[in-house]
Design a protein around this ligand. Sequence first.
Ligand SMILES: NC(=O)c1ccc[n+]([C@@H]2O[C@H](COP(=O)([O-])OP(=O)(O)OC[C@H]3O[C@@H](n4cnc5c(N)ncnc54)[C@H](O)[C@@H]3O)[C@@H](O)[C@H]2O)c1
Ligand SMILES: O=c1ccn([C@@H]2O[C@H](COP(=O)(O)OP(=O)(O)O[C@H]3OC[C@@H](O)[C@H](O)[C@H]3O)[C@@H](O)[C@H]2O)c(=O)[nH]1
Length: 379
Amino acid sequence: MLQNHHIRRGSRCEAPDLPKVGPCGYSPESIVSCYGGGDNVFIDGIVVVVVEVEMFVEGFELQANMRILITGGAGFIGSHLVDRLMQNEKNEVIVVDNYFTGSKDNLKQWIGHPRFELIRHDVTEPLFLEVDQIYHLACPASPIFYKHNPVKTIKTNVMGTLNMLGLAKRVGARILLTSTSEVYGDPLEHPQTESYWGNVNPIGVRSCYDEGKRVAETLMFDYHRQHGIEIRIARIFNTYGPRMNIDDGRVVSNFIAQAIREEPLTVQLPGTQTRSFCYVSDMVDGLVQLMDGEHTGPINIGNPGEFTMLELAETVKEIINPKVKILTVENTPDDPRQRKPDISKAKELLGWEPKIKLRDGVPFMEEDFRQRLCVPKKA
Ligand SMILES: NC(=O)c1ccc[n+]([C@@H]2O[C@H](COP(=O)([O-])OP(=O)(O)OC[C@H]3O[C@@H](n4cnc5c(N)ncnc54)[C@H](O)[C@@H]3O)[C@@H](O)[C@H]2O)c1
Ligand SMILES: O=c1ccn([C@@H]2O[C@H](COP(=O)(O)OP(=O)(O)O[C@H]3OC[C@@H](O)[C@H](O)[C@H]3O)[C@@H](O)[C@H]2O)c(=O)[nH]1
Protein backbone atom coordinates (compact mmCIF):
# COMPACT_ATOMS: atom_id res chain seq x y z
CA MET A 1 0.00 0.00 0.00
CA LEU A 2 1.45 3.35 -1.02
CA GLN A 3 0.16 6.38 0.75
CA ASN A 4 0.88 9.95 -0.20
CA HIS A 5 1.15 12.49 2.59
CA HIS A 6 1.65 16.14 2.03
CA ILE A 7 3.87 17.35 4.87
CA ARG A 8 3.98 21.09 5.14
CA ARG A 9 6.95 23.14 6.31
CA GLY A 10 7.23 23.05 10.09
CA SER A 11 4.70 20.22 10.49
CA ARG A 12 5.08 17.59 13.14
CA CYS A 13 4.29 14.08 12.01
CA GLU A 14 3.15 11.16 14.08
CA ALA A 15 3.97 7.68 12.89
CA PRO A 16 3.82 5.57 16.04
CA ASP A 17 3.71 2.29 14.12
CA LEU A 18 6.86 2.80 12.05
CA PRO A 19 9.40 0.02 12.81
CA LYS A 20 12.09 1.35 15.15
CA VAL A 21 15.25 0.35 13.32
CA GLY A 22 17.85 2.41 11.52
CA PRO A 23 19.97 5.32 12.78
CA CYS A 24 17.14 7.74 13.53
CA GLY A 25 15.01 5.08 15.14
CA TYR A 26 12.88 4.43 12.11
CA SER A 27 13.44 2.21 9.13
CA PRO A 28 14.80 4.30 6.28
CA GLU A 29 13.04 1.84 3.97
CA SER A 30 9.74 3.04 5.30
CA ILE A 31 10.32 6.30 3.57
CA VAL A 32 10.09 5.25 -0.02
CA SER A 33 10.96 8.53 -1.60
CA CYS A 34 11.55 12.11 -0.55
CA TYR A 35 12.65 14.76 -2.91
CA GLY A 36 13.45 18.51 -3.15
CA GLY A 37 13.20 20.84 -0.19
CA GLY A 38 15.10 20.76 3.10
CA ASP A 39 12.60 20.81 5.98
CA ASN A 40 12.70 18.94 9.26
CA VAL A 41 9.73 17.03 10.57
CA PHE A 42 9.44 15.23 13.85
CA ILE A 43 8.35 11.62 13.91
CA ASP A 44 7.43 10.66 17.44
CA GLY A 45 9.66 13.39 18.80
CA ILE A 46 12.61 12.41 16.57
CA VAL A 47 13.79 14.84 13.95
CA VAL A 48 13.62 13.38 10.47
CA VAL A 49 15.00 15.43 7.63
CA VAL A 50 12.43 15.60 4.91
CA VAL A 51 14.00 16.78 1.72
CA GLU A 52 10.68 17.72 0.20
CA VAL A 53 7.24 18.51 1.40
CA GLU A 54 5.80 15.53 -0.49
CA MET A 55 6.78 12.27 1.22
CA PHE A 56 5.70 8.76 0.31
CA VAL A 57 5.59 6.17 3.02
CA GLU A 58 4.83 2.56 2.32
CA GLY A 59 2.38 0.84 4.59
CA PHE A 60 2.25 3.51 7.29
CA GLU A 61 -0.01 6.40 7.77
CA LEU A 62 1.78 9.59 8.70
CA GLN A 63 -0.63 11.97 10.36
CA ALA A 64 0.57 15.44 9.56
CA ASN A 65 -0.31 17.94 12.27
CA MET A 66 -1.67 21.26 11.18
CA ARG A 67 -0.32 24.42 12.78
CA ILE A 68 -3.03 27.04 12.62
CA LEU A 69 -2.73 30.76 13.33
CA ILE A 70 -5.83 32.69 14.39
CA THR A 71 -5.42 36.46 14.45
CA GLY A 72 -8.01 38.08 16.70
CA GLY A 73 -8.44 34.72 18.40
CA ALA A 74 -9.11 36.30 21.81
CA GLY A 75 -12.27 37.94 20.44
CA PHE A 76 -15.82 36.69 20.21
CA ILE A 77 -15.83 34.58 16.99
CA GLY A 78 -12.08 33.88 17.22
CA SER A 79 -12.30 32.23 20.65
CA HIS A 80 -15.13 29.94 19.49
CA LEU A 81 -13.02 29.05 16.47
CA VAL A 82 -10.14 28.19 18.82
CA ASP A 83 -12.45 25.87 20.77
CA ARG A 84 -13.49 24.13 17.57
CA LEU A 85 -9.98 23.71 16.14
CA MET A 86 -8.53 22.53 19.49
CA GLN A 87 -11.04 19.65 19.50
CA ASN A 88 -8.93 18.04 16.77
CA GLU A 89 -5.87 16.54 18.46
CA LYS A 90 -3.87 16.90 15.25
CA ASN A 91 -4.13 20.70 15.38
CA GLU A 92 -1.78 23.13 17.07
CA VAL A 93 -3.35 26.56 17.49
CA ILE A 94 -1.53 29.86 17.82
CA VAL A 95 -3.51 32.99 18.67
CA VAL A 96 -2.19 36.50 18.15
CA ASP A 97 -4.21 39.37 19.55
CA ASN A 98 -3.62 42.88 20.86
CA TYR A 99 -6.61 42.59 23.27
CA PHE A 100 -8.26 45.76 21.97
CA THR A 101 -11.72 44.17 22.05
CA GLY A 102 -10.73 40.61 22.96
CA SER A 103 -9.71 39.09 26.26
CA LYS A 104 -7.50 36.31 27.61
CA ASP A 105 -10.53 35.25 29.62
CA ASN A 106 -12.14 33.95 26.40
CA LEU A 107 -9.23 31.52 26.06
CA LYS A 108 -8.67 30.60 29.70
CA GLN A 109 -9.50 26.94 29.14
CA TRP A 110 -6.59 26.60 26.68
CA ILE A 111 -3.84 28.62 28.36
CA GLY A 112 -1.05 26.18 29.28
CA HIS A 113 -2.28 23.47 26.89
CA PRO A 114 0.67 21.92 24.98
CA ARG A 115 -1.02 22.41 21.60
CA PHE A 116 -1.95 26.04 22.27
CA GLU A 117 0.02 29.31 22.23
CA LEU A 118 -1.16 32.86 22.90
CA ILE A 119 0.92 35.80 21.70
CA ARG A 120 0.27 39.50 22.40
CA HIS A 121 0.85 41.04 19.02
CA ASP A 122 -0.61 43.80 16.88
CA VAL A 123 -1.12 42.65 13.29
CA THR A 124 -0.15 46.08 11.97
CA GLU A 125 3.41 44.92 12.79
CA PRO A 126 5.08 42.09 10.82
CA LEU A 127 4.90 38.58 12.27
CA PHE A 128 7.30 35.70 11.69
CA LEU A 129 5.91 32.22 12.43
CA GLU A 130 5.79 28.85 10.72
CA VAL A 131 2.17 27.90 10.10
CA ASP A 132 0.02 25.95 7.64
CA GLN A 133 -3.23 27.90 7.85
CA ILE A 134 -4.10 31.46 8.87
CA TYR A 135 -7.57 32.51 9.97
CA HIS A 136 -7.25 36.29 9.81
CA LEU A 137 -9.93 37.78 12.08
CA ALA A 138 -8.06 40.58 13.85
CA CYS A 139 -10.18 43.73 13.58
CA PRO A 140 -12.64 45.40 15.92
CA ALA A 141 -16.13 44.46 14.69
CA SER A 142 -18.58 46.48 16.75
CA PRO A 143 -19.34 49.89 15.20
CA ILE A 144 -18.64 51.71 18.49
CA PHE A 145 -15.16 50.14 18.66
CA TYR A 146 -14.20 50.43 15.00
CA LYS A 147 -15.29 54.09 14.96
CA HIS A 148 -13.38 54.80 18.20
CA ASN A 149 -10.02 55.03 16.39
CA PRO A 150 -10.86 54.92 12.67
CA VAL A 151 -7.27 55.40 11.50
CA LYS A 152 -6.22 52.38 13.55
CA THR A 153 -9.16 50.40 12.09
CA ILE A 154 -7.95 51.19 8.56
CA LYS A 155 -4.38 50.27 9.49
CA THR A 156 -5.57 46.99 10.98
CA ASN A 157 -7.52 46.12 7.85
CA VAL A 158 -4.88 47.22 5.34
CA MET A 159 -1.48 46.80 7.02
CA GLY A 160 -2.70 43.89 9.14
CA THR A 161 -3.95 42.02 6.08
CA LEU A 162 -0.77 42.86 4.13
CA ASN A 163 1.36 41.49 6.96
CA MET A 164 -0.67 38.29 7.17
CA LEU A 165 -0.52 37.85 3.39
CA GLY A 166 3.25 38.37 3.54
CA LEU A 167 3.43 35.64 6.18
CA ALA A 168 1.21 33.34 4.09
CA LYS A 169 3.45 33.94 1.07
CA ARG A 170 6.68 33.26 2.99
CA VAL A 171 5.54 29.96 4.52
CA GLY A 172 3.10 28.80 1.81
CA ALA A 173 0.11 28.89 4.17
CA ARG A 174 -3.54 29.09 3.18
CA ILE A 175 -5.19 32.26 4.50
CA LEU A 176 -8.85 33.00 5.26
CA LEU A 177 -10.07 36.58 5.72
CA THR A 178 -13.20 37.30 7.74
CA SER A 179 -14.69 40.00 5.59
CA THR A 180 -18.14 41.37 6.27
CA SER A 181 -21.61 41.99 4.94
CA GLU A 182 -20.69 45.67 5.42
CA VAL A 183 -18.84 45.51 2.08
CA TYR A 184 -22.36 45.75 0.56
CA GLY A 185 -22.82 49.12 2.33
CA ASP A 186 -26.42 50.28 2.29
CA PRO A 187 -27.39 47.62 -0.24
CA LEU A 188 -29.65 48.39 -3.17
CA GLU A 189 -30.00 44.67 -3.95
CA HIS A 190 -31.82 42.46 -1.51
CA PRO A 191 -30.94 39.81 -0.44
CA GLN A 192 -27.23 40.28 -1.14
CA THR A 193 -25.44 37.86 -3.45
CA GLU A 194 -21.65 37.77 -3.66
CA SER A 195 -21.78 39.23 -7.17
CA TYR A 196 -23.30 42.49 -5.87
CA TRP A 197 -20.60 45.19 -5.70
CA GLY A 198 -22.26 47.21 -2.97
CA ASN A 199 -23.29 50.76 -2.20
CA VAL A 200 -20.65 52.12 0.16
CA ASN A 201 -19.98 55.68 1.31
CA PRO A 202 -16.18 56.04 0.90
CA ILE A 203 -15.88 59.02 3.25
CA GLY A 204 -18.39 58.21 5.97
CA VAL A 205 -17.90 57.27 9.62
CA ARG A 206 -18.23 53.55 8.81
CA SER A 207 -15.75 53.68 5.90
CA CYS A 208 -12.73 52.81 8.03
CA TYR A 209 -14.37 49.42 8.49
CA ASP A 210 -16.35 48.74 5.31
CA GLU A 211 -13.84 50.29 2.89
CA GLY A 212 -11.04 48.78 5.01
CA LYS A 213 -12.50 45.31 4.52
CA ARG A 214 -13.00 45.99 0.80
CA VAL A 215 -9.29 46.83 0.46
CA ALA A 216 -8.47 43.72 2.50
CA GLU A 217 -10.46 41.63 0.00
CA THR A 218 -8.61 43.35 -2.88
CA LEU A 219 -5.25 42.55 -1.29
CA MET A 220 -6.27 38.92 -0.85
CA PHE A 221 -7.13 38.56 -4.55
CA ASP A 222 -4.03 40.47 -5.71
CA TYR A 223 -1.76 38.18 -3.66
CA HIS A 224 -3.67 35.20 -5.04
CA ARG A 225 -3.30 36.33 -8.66
CA GLN A 226 0.22 37.72 -8.37
CA HIS A 227 1.84 35.25 -5.96
CA GLY A 228 -0.40 32.19 -6.11
CA ILE A 229 -1.35 32.39 -2.43
CA GLU A 230 -4.22 30.09 -1.45
CA ILE A 231 -6.97 32.40 -0.22
CA ARG A 232 -10.46 32.10 1.28
CA ILE A 233 -12.83 35.02 1.87
CA ALA A 234 -15.87 34.75 4.12
CA ARG A 235 -18.38 37.59 4.06
CA ILE A 236 -19.78 37.28 7.54
CA PHE A 237 -23.26 38.58 8.38
CA ASN A 238 -24.22 39.69 11.92
CA THR A 239 -23.22 36.96 14.35
CA TYR A 240 -24.21 36.60 17.99
CA GLY A 241 -23.65 34.20 20.87
CA PRO A 242 -21.99 33.68 24.25
CA ARG A 243 -18.76 35.62 24.98
CA MET A 244 -19.77 38.77 23.15
CA ASN A 245 -18.58 41.74 25.18
CA ILE A 246 -21.46 42.76 27.44
CA ASP A 247 -20.93 46.41 26.55
CA ASP A 248 -19.97 45.63 22.98
CA GLY A 249 -22.60 48.02 21.59
CA ARG A 250 -23.92 45.60 18.98
CA VAL A 251 -27.64 45.17 18.91
CA VAL A 252 -28.13 41.60 20.19
CA SER A 253 -25.70 42.02 23.10
CA ASN A 254 -27.23 45.43 23.93
CA PHE A 255 -30.81 44.11 24.00
CA ILE A 256 -29.93 40.99 26.02
CA ALA A 257 -27.91 42.95 28.59
CA GLN A 258 -30.65 45.59 28.82
CA ALA A 259 -33.40 42.97 29.29
CA ILE A 260 -31.41 41.25 32.07
CA ARG A 261 -30.61 44.58 33.77
CA GLU A 262 -34.30 45.57 33.49
CA GLU A 263 -33.40 48.61 31.38
CA PRO A 264 -35.37 49.73 28.30
CA LEU A 265 -34.31 48.15 25.00
CA THR A 266 -32.84 50.94 22.86
CA VAL A 267 -34.11 50.59 19.30
CA GLN A 268 -32.29 53.03 17.05
CA LEU A 269 -34.57 54.85 14.62
CA PRO A 270 -36.38 54.06 12.45
CA GLY A 271 -36.51 50.51 13.87
CA THR A 272 -37.62 49.13 10.51
CA GLN A 273 -34.01 48.56 9.41
CA THR A 274 -33.29 44.83 9.10
CA ARG A 275 -30.46 42.45 9.94
CA SER A 276 -30.02 38.66 9.74
CA PHE A 277 -28.48 37.00 12.77
CA CYS A 278 -26.28 33.90 12.73
CA TYR A 279 -25.48 31.89 15.87
CA VAL A 280 -21.75 31.59 16.48
CA SER A 281 -21.48 27.78 16.28
CA ASP A 282 -23.03 27.87 12.80
CA MET A 283 -20.58 30.63 11.86
CA VAL A 284 -17.57 28.60 13.05
CA ASP A 285 -18.78 25.56 11.05
CA GLY A 286 -19.00 27.74 7.95
CA LEU A 287 -15.53 29.22 8.41
CA VAL A 288 -13.88 25.82 8.91
CA GLN A 289 -15.70 24.35 5.91
CA LEU A 290 -14.65 27.29 3.77
CA MET A 291 -11.02 27.04 4.91
CA ASP A 292 -10.85 23.29 4.30
CA GLY A 293 -12.77 23.37 1.00
CA GLU A 294 -11.68 24.16 -2.53
CA HIS A 295 -13.32 27.54 -3.12
CA THR A 296 -11.69 30.93 -2.70
CA GLY A 297 -14.96 32.80 -2.20
CA PRO A 298 -16.00 35.41 -1.43
CA ILE A 299 -18.81 33.41 0.14
CA ASN A 300 -21.60 34.81 2.31
CA ILE A 301 -21.78 33.08 5.68
CA GLY A 302 -24.85 34.10 7.62
CA ASN A 303 -28.38 33.18 8.60
CA PRO A 304 -31.00 34.41 6.12
CA GLY A 305 -33.67 34.83 8.83
CA GLU A 306 -34.33 38.59 8.58
CA PHE A 307 -35.70 40.78 11.39
CA THR A 308 -36.42 44.47 11.84
CA MET A 309 -34.79 45.90 14.97
CA LEU A 310 -38.28 46.35 16.45
CA GLU A 311 -39.00 42.65 15.83
CA LEU A 312 -35.67 41.73 17.43
CA ALA A 313 -36.51 43.85 20.48
CA GLU A 314 -39.94 42.18 20.78
CA THR A 315 -38.34 38.73 20.51
CA VAL A 316 -35.73 39.45 23.21
CA LYS A 317 -38.39 41.02 25.44
CA GLU A 318 -40.68 38.00 25.09
CA ILE A 319 -37.89 35.45 25.76
CA ILE A 320 -36.01 37.25 28.54
CA ASN A 321 -38.13 39.86 30.27
CA PRO A 322 -41.69 40.67 29.14
CA LYS A 323 -41.78 43.63 31.56
CA VAL A 324 -39.06 45.76 29.92
CA LYS A 325 -39.93 48.77 27.80
CA ILE A 326 -38.83 49.38 24.22
CA LEU A 327 -37.43 52.86 23.68
CA THR A 328 -36.66 54.47 20.32
CA VAL A 329 -33.42 56.48 20.22
CA GLU A 330 -31.38 58.42 17.63
CA ASN A 331 -29.41 56.41 15.07
CA THR A 332 -25.87 56.97 13.75
CA PRO A 333 -25.01 58.01 10.14
CA ASP A 334 -24.97 55.56 7.23
CA ASP A 335 -26.73 52.74 9.09
CA PRO A 336 -27.60 50.14 6.40
CA ARG A 337 -31.37 49.93 5.97
CA GLN A 338 -31.58 46.25 5.11
CA ARG A 339 -29.34 43.22 5.14
CA LYS A 340 -29.93 39.55 4.40
CA PRO A 341 -27.50 37.05 2.90
CA ASP A 342 -28.20 34.98 -0.16
CA ILE A 343 -26.46 31.78 0.94
CA SER A 344 -26.98 29.72 -2.24
CA LYS A 345 -23.21 29.68 -2.84
CA ALA A 346 -22.41 28.43 0.67
CA LYS A 347 -25.06 25.72 0.35
CA GLU A 348 -23.95 24.60 -3.07
CA LEU A 349 -20.16 24.88 -2.75
CA LEU A 350 -19.64 24.09 0.95
CA GLY A 351 -22.76 22.09 1.79
CA TRP A 352 -23.20 24.59 4.64
CA GLU A 353 -26.30 26.20 6.06
CA PRO A 354 -27.10 27.49 9.53
CA LYS A 355 -29.01 25.27 11.95
CA ILE A 356 -29.84 27.52 14.89
CA LYS A 357 -32.79 29.90 14.73
CA LEU A 358 -32.70 33.24 16.56
CA ARG A 359 -35.29 32.06 19.10
CA ASP A 360 -33.10 29.07 19.96
CA GLY A 361 -29.84 31.01 20.11
CA VAL A 362 -30.96 33.90 22.33
CA PRO A 363 -31.46 31.67 25.45
CA PHE A 364 -27.85 30.37 25.18
CA MET A 365 -26.60 33.93 25.14
CA GLU A 366 -28.95 34.91 27.97
CA GLU A 367 -27.49 32.14 30.15
CA ASP A 368 -23.93 33.33 29.47
CA PHE A 369 -24.80 37.00 30.12
CA ARG A 370 -26.68 36.16 33.34
CA GLN A 371 -23.62 34.31 34.63
CA ARG A 372 -21.27 37.17 33.79
CA LEU A 373 -23.65 39.84 35.14
CA CYS A 374 -24.41 37.71 38.22
CA VAL A 375 -28.16 38.03 37.65
CA PRO A 376 -29.79 34.60 37.94
CA LYS A 377 -33.09 33.95 36.17
CA LYS A 378 -36.06 34.42 38.47
CA ALA A 379 -37.89 31.18 39.26
N1 LIG B 1 -19.42 39.32 14.74
C1 LIG B 1 -19.95 39.75 13.61
O1 LIG B 1 -21.16 39.96 13.52
C2 LIG B 1 -19.08 39.96 12.41
C3 LIG B 1 -19.70 40.26 11.19
C4 LIG B 1 -18.90 40.47 10.08
C5 LIG B 1 -17.53 40.32 10.14
N2 LIG B 1 -16.97 40.01 11.32
C6 LIG B 1 -15.52 39.90 11.36
O2 LIG B 1 -15.12 38.78 12.12
C7 LIG B 1 -13.94 39.09 12.85
C8 LIG B 1 -14.13 38.83 14.33
O3 LIG B 1 -15.23 39.57 14.80
P1 LIG B 1 -15.73 39.47 16.31
O4 LIG B 1 -17.18 39.70 16.28
O5 LIG B 1 -15.19 38.25 16.93
O6 LIG B 1 -15.06 40.77 16.91
P2 LIG B 1 -14.19 40.99 18.24
O7 LIG B 1 -14.04 42.46 18.37
O8 LIG B 1 -14.80 40.25 19.38
O9 LIG B 1 -12.82 40.30 17.88
C9 LIG B 1 -11.79 40.94 17.17
C10 LIG B 1 -10.47 40.55 17.80
O10 LIG B 1 -9.40 41.15 17.07
C11 LIG B 1 -8.47 41.72 17.99
N3 LIG B 1 -7.79 42.83 17.31
C12 LIG B 1 -8.30 44.01 16.88
N4 LIG B 1 -7.36 44.75 16.30
C13 LIG B 1 -6.20 44.04 16.35
C14 LIG B 1 -4.88 44.26 15.92
N5 LIG B 1 -4.53 45.40 15.30
N6 LIG B 1 -3.95 43.31 16.15
C15 LIG B 1 -4.27 42.16 16.79
N7 LIG B 1 -5.51 41.89 17.22
C16 LIG B 1 -6.47 42.81 17.00
C17 LIG B 1 -9.33 42.19 19.16
O11 LIG B 1 -8.62 42.40 20.35
C18 LIG B 1 -10.33 41.03 19.25
O12 LIG B 1 -9.83 39.99 20.05
C19 LIG B 1 -13.59 40.52 12.52
O13 LIG B 1 -12.65 40.52 11.46
C20 LIG B 1 -14.89 41.10 12.02
O14 LIG B 1 -14.68 42.15 11.11
C21 LIG B 1 -17.70 39.84 12.45
O1 LIG C 1 -28.69 49.38 20.91
C1 LIG C 1 -28.78 49.27 19.68
C2 LIG C 1 -27.68 48.97 18.84
C3 LIG C 1 -27.89 48.87 17.49
N1 LIG C 1 -29.14 49.03 16.96
C4 LIG C 1 -29.38 48.87 15.51
O2 LIG C 1 -29.16 47.51 15.21
C5 LIG C 1 -28.66 47.37 13.90
C6 LIG C 1 -27.43 46.49 13.96
O3 LIG C 1 -26.38 47.22 14.60
P1 LIG C 1 -25.05 46.52 15.12
O4 LIG C 1 -24.26 47.59 15.76
O5 LIG C 1 -25.37 45.32 15.92
O6 LIG C 1 -24.35 45.97 13.82
P2 LIG C 1 -24.29 46.47 12.32
O7 LIG C 1 -25.13 45.55 11.54
O8 LIG C 1 -24.57 47.90 12.18
O9 LIG C 1 -22.76 46.28 12.01
C7 LIG C 1 -22.19 45.01 12.09
O10 LIG C 1 -22.21 44.47 10.84
C8 LIG C 1 -21.52 43.28 10.58
C9 LIG C 1 -20.15 43.24 11.18
O11 LIG C 1 -19.15 43.51 10.27
C10 LIG C 1 -19.98 43.97 12.44
O12 LIG C 1 -20.22 43.11 13.51
C11 LIG C 1 -20.78 45.19 12.59
O13 LIG C 1 -20.16 46.17 11.87
C12 LIG C 1 -28.42 48.77 13.38
O14 LIG C 1 -29.49 49.13 12.54
C13 LIG C 1 -28.44 49.64 14.60
O15 LIG C 1 -28.96 50.94 14.34
C14 LIG C 1 -30.22 49.31 17.78
O16 LIG C 1 -31.35 49.44 17.32
N2 LIG C 1 -30.00 49.43 19.09
